[in-house]
Write a protein that binds this ligand. Sequence first.
Ligand code: NAP
Length: 456
Amino acid sequence: MTGPTKADSAGNPAAQGATTCKVALLGFGTVGSSVAKILCERSNAHLRLTHVLNRNVERKKVDWLPADVRWTENIEDVLASDTEIVVEVMGGLQPSGDWIRRALAAGKSVVTANKQLIAQHGPELTLLAAQKNQQIQFGASVAGGVPVISGLHEGLAGDELFKIQGILNGTCNYILSQIEASGVPFATALREAQKLGFAEADPSEDVEGLDARAKLAILARVGLRCYVAPASILARSIAAVDVVDFEYANQLGCTIRQISWAELTQESKAGSHNATRNDATESDASNDDKIFAAVQPALVELSSPLARVEGSKNMLIATGKYGGETVFGGHGAGGHPTAVAIVSDILGIARARRGECSYSGHPIEKKPSVTNDFSAKHYLRFLVKDRPGIIASLATILAQSGINIDAVVQKPGCPKSHLPFLITLEECKASHVEEALGKINALDFLVQPCLHLPIL
Ligand SMILES: NC(=O)c1ccc[n+]([C@@H]2O[C@H](COP(=O)([O-])OP(=O)(O)OC[C@H]3O[C@@H](n4cnc5c(N)ncnc54)[C@H](OP(=O)(O)O)[C@@H]3O)[C@@H](O)[C@H]2O)c1
């Protein structure tokens, strides 16, 4: 690893006998420009911005950066320089992936906010960094400014975490809390989120759960030390959640949030029961590690901290064998909060380069098989053309899958042609509910497919 460089005579750090670390930025958009601002405004941080790379860079130039910062469109300028840390904030898998590999190969450490890249290629990039005696840090890739990565990796390193559960997508949380607070349908809440810049023009990554499942894969690696391929994580859309679902959820003492959830379980080879890792004993040696992982809208009790996450904020609850629950919360996105996470990573690398602290990567200890099946109470909301015998038909199909009904709830005064009503189920496996819904959704009195949410 190359050592840090002394500051030049004009810089304060040199006057204090400190050292500066040179930093290049790839991407000068929302996050990149905020990182540049912090690097320029923060005093005594011993960091110096050397390059800003962006395509069509002329239109990006600003007058508030020092004149000696080099603006470029050419990655070779950065790679050939003596810059020590490359910050990738362009997004996308390519060319970001290749440029990060080349920066590591050129003896530079890397900081990135790129969740899709880290979720898919993180282990390979960490290995490459270690081979080159460099670091790759990605604290901003999950929950923006909330320090969940360092919190799990360092703050809770003494525990044995077995569950992480949280709200990792601010767009979905904004949309769901808007439907709840204003009683507007999903499409209106989405349009508002887009107008306010909380949702992309194409919102499918967020709404369908793909963004959150990339983050969950990263958290499983950092917190549970497990490799989980993002594509193996169940992702269900929030698009079918309606105003009436919040009314029914409230009657049950709950609200609805998009919940990302990964939990290590030990399933006996006989398959007779599921036990959380907390219950495991040393005599469980014959058991196989499994991980349950899913991103889906779910009912959460109003007393849960997750129910109180409003707007575009994020929250993560990590549960460990020894320390119990630890809650992280705050701004999950936005230029400045995300830039704070990036600058924190840069400072961590700079400290390690000065020998003030050591660096350990994110070792993967397990490759458990991924399951989408779990046991919970379930919420089934139907929209039907009313006629006699509907409940009897549904109860028959549910009974065929071994499922017990807990309650039937119907709002008074709804039109017979579009009648919404709710069935809650006693605790049962999600796979049994899916099996029953396969038959139920073919019934001719349904106006739309049944909305199925777990009750956490
Ligand atoms: N924004 C957030 O709140 C947030 C939160 C957490 C993580 N992140 C992550 O941070 C990264 C950056 O997000 P952002 O919101 O800052 O995006 P952004 O505003 O779109 O900025 C990306 C910048 O990179 C430039 N760029 C993209 N591809 C390039 C290429 N091939 N060559 C050169 N320049 C290129 C873009 O140039 P153009 O102007 O030409 O497009 C733009 O200036 C993403 O990985 C994102 O997922 C963002």
